[in-house]
Design a binder for this molecule. Structure first.
Ligand SMILES: [Zn+2]
Length: 296
């Protein structure tokens, strides 16, 4: 049986990994990480799972691979990556491709197997790209999309920083303010377009999540149709996280134990004023619609 799929969308550095980890603490929910990158980074490169083991050595993913595909192979990963290049592109949004059913079938098999191995009725894919959400929708998977938005100047500051990838010690991709602003707008507009095409899209703001995690997560769980839960892993703004088998994603997917949720406002001093103004202008008026004010 196909599990219900929660797809976390938005631009990177907007809090999707944090939200995925919090959702993963709810009963019956299995967080999978950014499945879009699993084929290359997990299967081909053998990068670590969120549990710390290399992807090929993680017992969870090994079972998922066996169940879904009779095992992970470079041929399978290469095929899905080739399909992705043809089918799953932002510029193709709204235009179905003949290879779309085969591409979506790989995701369907993976989600089904992961739900089965985890004993969960609901899986979370934090791949973020609106183009993949569109493919899943067109392929009949009916994901519930959660659009995570964050103040674009904070997002731009984060994309401008040098951060090392724990997976291989190399720096994460860096973007300048203009590129970040353009992508922030494009991804968010694309997710809104999906809502207009009939997708279920729930929007949450990173700032609300870290300011009032219990209220925000409780309301979201209700929207997702999850039974009311006491959220025992949350104490005020402290979250007690357990290990999750997330295949790829932000460094925040590693580690377990208590973490303090606090809003990162370092952009106010760290991002030069001219860059703040540039990002603010380029992301207007969407930014205001999401409640990030009119001040530049
Ligand atoms: Zn694992």
């Amino acid at each position: 049986m196909t599990p219900r799929v929660i797809f976390l969308g938005g631009l990177g550095r907007s809090g999707t990994t944090l939200l995925e980890r919090l959702l993963g603490e709810l009963p019956g929910v299995a967080p999978l990480g950014e499945v879009v990158h699993l084929w290359e980074r997990g299967v081909l490169a053998g990068e670590p799972c969120g549990c710390g083991r290399a992807f090929p050595a993680c017992p969870f993913w090994r079972q998922v691979g066996e169940k879904a595909f009779g095992g992970w192979t470079p041929g399978l990963a290469g095929r899905v990556m080739a399909l992705r290049r043809r089918v799953d592109r932002t510029r193709r949004l709204g235009r179905a491709h003949a290879d779309l059913p085969e591409y979506v079938r790989a995701y369907r098999l993976l989600y089904e197997a992961a739900a089965g191995v985890a004993g969960a009725g609901l899986v979370v894919d934090s791949s973020k790209h609106a183009s993949l959400a569109y493919c899943l929708l067109e392929g009949g998977l009916d994901p519930h999309i959660v659009q995570v938005v964050r103040e674009p100047r904070a997002v731009a500051h984060s994309w401008g920083r040098t951060v090392e990838r724990p997976e291989n010690g190399r720096p994460m991709t860096r973007w300048g303010p203009v590129r970040t602003a353009v992508h922030w707008t494009a991804q968010n507009l694309a997710l809104e377009l999906l809502a207009r095409r009939g997708a279920r899209v729930t929007r949450i703001r990173y700032e609300d999540l870290v300011a009032a995690p219990g209220d925000t997560l409780g309301a979201l769980a209700g929207e997702l149709g999850l039974p009311p839960s006491r959220l025992p892993f949350l104490h005020g703004t402290t979250a007690h996280l357990t290990t999750a088998h997330t295949a790829s994603g932000n460094p925040m997917r590693f580690g377990a134990g208590p973490i303090e949720l606090s809003r990162d406002d370092t952009w106010r001093h760290g991002l030069p004023r001219r860059r703040q103004s540039l990002v603010a202008a380029l992301t207007w008026p969407l930014r205001a619609r999401y409640g990030y004010g009119s001040a530049t």
